[in-house]
Design a binder for this molecule. Sequence first.
Ligand SMILES: CC(C)=CCC/C(C)=C/CC/C(C)=C/COP(=O)(O)OP(=O)(O)O
Length: 287
Amino acid sequence: MLKTIDGLARRLVGSSFLYMRRFLFRILSVGPIPNHIAFILDGNRRYAKQRNMTEGTGYRAGFFAVISMLKYCYELGVKYMTVYAFSIDNFKRSQEEVQYLMDLMLEKIKGLLEQESVVNEYGVRIHFVGNLKLLDEPVRVAAEKAMHATANNTKSNLLICVTYTSTDEIVQAVQASCQEKWNEIQEVNVNQSQNAERTEEKLELDHIIKLVDIERHTYMGLAPDPDILIRTSGATCLSNFLLWQTTNCLLYSPKVLFPETGLRHLVLAVLNFQRLYPHLEKKKKQF
Ligand SMILES: CC(C)=CCC/C(C)=C/CC/C(C)=C/COP(=O)(O)OP(=O)(O)O
């Protein structure tokens, strides 16, 4: 009997929160809604340490916070959410910790593909972003499977940055652009007679690498630039994350550890974005 009452009470509280959240999001939607929000998941280990728990428990709590945030972003109409789940620099952590993170990633990727997961419920397309060849083989295979399995989902996008750093992204994008131009030049040389009317000068102009070429080859090229970057734990540095994409992005850094982030932090970030929106839009146009 007590169990039934407890269950009913929980459901009642759960559904009142849902209605309150929907109401809040409706009010927020009167203003501009960001298209893309990115997160630096900072403070998982400190969260665990403060509670005398293992580091792994902190990462697990961090993953649950990612899922809650994904739900909120979806309900609010944010089309892209990006998380910095594993940096190339994280390979410098102890072997034990790296292995734990890889195992956790594998477990969670598999979980995301289960029928009742939020990904299927909300129609979320998953993208793994970064230098994926650096990933452990089983994680890479699972990541590719997840991308393939969700490729037809169109309602929203979750970009999971793994084995990612911005500097690595920029270097590989420049290299890929050079390679592309080089291939084009080779092709022109082969078909020289057909291009006889084109002057040397015109050819050179055609083959100069432009901003759009580099952008097209970035790992993040599949998404619009983020409107808001949320870095938890109060830190304001970018830690080699989305350096190319954050020129006109609002940086919001609540003094809270990532597993503790919740609805209020998202709402405050969006309110800040709405306050600065005219200024951010003006900056984009000036450029
Ligand atoms: C599949 C998926 C999306 C998994 C995400 C799992 C997750 C929460 C990863 C965070 C990884 C990480 C290196 C965070 C940095 O903060 P830190 O933990 O080093 O924190 P600290 O600043 O307290 O040391």
